[in-house]
Design a protein around this ligand. Structure first.
Ligand code: ADP
Ligand code: SR1
Ligand code: MG
Ligand code: MG
Ligand code: MG
Length: 408
């Protein structure tokens, strides 16, 4: 089928020939609304007019960046990788991934379960909602997806086949290389230049050679280290949640990259939210919940990752009998510490890019009062800098919490 860009008027015409979607709606009359709020794609909600319980999502990639327009071309192949990642992650842990009803690489679209009872986590956190199962859920998601797609579990040929399957997601990897690790730390046309202009914090950041050199180390890892299949954009806007359930959506940036990148993205976004509550709502109780959650996510991730490893036998990395038991335990503990250290480093890059870079986060860029926003940006940059400079010396999770507390 030849690609065509859909709109609210043509979605139903496309879907009428898709048996799995039509049988889901039992022949009901349907309506279509565009509900996308992300930077890249169009998201349509298809609803039954007879039965309010029945609804699906159709997400289509267009050959440009939605938030900029056709002047910023971007390969719609990103949907091919989103479909593959949704399928792969669903095969590892289906309860965290929306069910797919239909996917077309030609049309660069996917039709999936509508998460009716869930909200975008960033919005829930801004409203001070405590999600008591979140650390349990997301630590399972992270440890399972990272472990079971790594060379700690896969044999050599399966791992290389996995890399092959995602290796073509070049444009989105390049977007992260540019936006997460480069443009936001230098003068660049894509930055929020209204804010950069005459801003002493921008001047200081752009000339901070020590910070920028350490960012390069992390960028190099991002570009070269093929540890595991990543979501690639795991901020709190890619999580849909309620008290009981957690879903991870929008894995279009998926590629086989460094273990710490998704964990770092999540950590960065929880810290953004902490800073927001520190300055805007001044809600100490909610801040304490956020810190407790960060600690639990990291601790549970480490425990679960090690326990998956304990259960696995040989893999591409560890051949039976290669190390005795005490040496093996030492090796594993050191391995997990390095994942946490990299996560902190990536979190620092991910936090700092949201200050002057092209895409901000609501918790910081959305602060209307200019001087309060500048205060929030100063906190983000302080913590981000500490994360980046100190990440490879971090020994305990409490040290990470201390950096957040002392600087906010
Ligand atoms: P983008 O890649 O453009 O960021 P997303 O996949 O993040 O697109 O989707 C944009 C928005 O659409 C989400 O923030 C959410 O509000 C809504 N959305 C996406 N998928 C679903 C879903 N399965 N159920 C309900 N809402 C969804
Ligand atoms: C211009 S695209 C900016 C960002 O949106 C996505 O969600 C990713 O975070 C990307 O870096
Ligand atoms: Mg999104
Ligand atoms: Mg489900
Ligand atoms: Mg996206």
């Amino acid at each position: 089928m030849e690609y065509r860009e859909l709109d609210v008027n043509s979605v139903l015409d496309y879907l009428k020939n898709i048996k799995d979607v039509m049988s889901y709606f039992n022949g009901d009359d349907l309506s279509v609304d565009e509900i996308g709020d992300g930077n890249l794609n169009y998201v349509y909600k298809i609803s039954s007019l007879q039965n309010p319980e029945l609804a699906l999502i159709l997400k289509q990639a267009v050959p440009y960046l939605r938030c900029v327009g056709e002047d910023f071309p971007l390969s719609r192949d990103r949907m091919t990788y989103e479909i593959r990642a949704l399928q792969k992650f669903y095969s590892i842990f289906p309860s965290f991934i929306p069910k797919i009803y239909h996917a077309s690489e030609d049309m660069s679209l996917v039709v999936m379960e509508f998460l009716a009872k869930h909200v975008i986590m960033r919005k829930g956190l801004i409203e001070k909602t405590e999600y008591k199962n979140f650390s349990e859920h997301i630590s399972t998601y992270l440890s399972a997806t990272l472990f079971y797609t790594s060379s700690l579990f896969l044999n050599s040929s399966d791992k290389r086949a996995l890399i092959d399957k995602f290796n073509g997601n070049t444009e989105l990897c390049k977007l992260s290389e540019d936006l997460v690790f480069s443009f936001a730390f230098m003068s660049h046309e894509t930055n929020d230049n209204e804010n950069v202009k005459n801003n002493p914090q921008a001047k200081k950041l752009f000339s901070d050679a020590e910070f920028k050199e350490r960012v390069l180390e992390l960028k190099y890892k991002f570009m070269t280290q093929s540890d595991a299949l990543l979501h690639g954009d795991l901020h709190t806007g890619s999580i849909m949640i309620n008290e009981d359930e957690t879903y991870v959506i929008d894995p279009e940036f998926a590629f086989v990259g460094p273990f710490g990148f998704d964990i770092g993205a999540l950590l960065a976004n929880l810290v953004h939210n902490y800073i927001y509550h520190s300055l805007v709502t001044n809600d100490k109780e909610f801040q304490a919940w956020l810190l407790k959650t960060i600690k639990e996510v990291l601790e549970k991730f480490s425990d679960k990752f090690l326990s998956f490893w304990q259960k696995a036998h040989t893999s591409a990395l560890l051949v039976e009998g290669y190390l005795d038991e005490p040496a093996l335990q030492n090796y594993k503990n050191f391995f997990i510490k390095n994942i946490l250290r990299d996560s902190v480093g990536f979190a620092g890059c991910k936090m700092a890019r949201r200050v002057f870079g092209v895409a901000g986060v609501e918790e910081i860029r959305g602060i209307e009062d200019k001087s309060l926003r500048a205060e929030a940006e100063a906190m983000v940059l302080k913590i981000a800098r500490e994360f980046v400079i100190k990440h490879d010396k971090i020994d305990t999770i409490d040290e990470i919490l201390e950096i957040i507390k002392v600087n906010s």
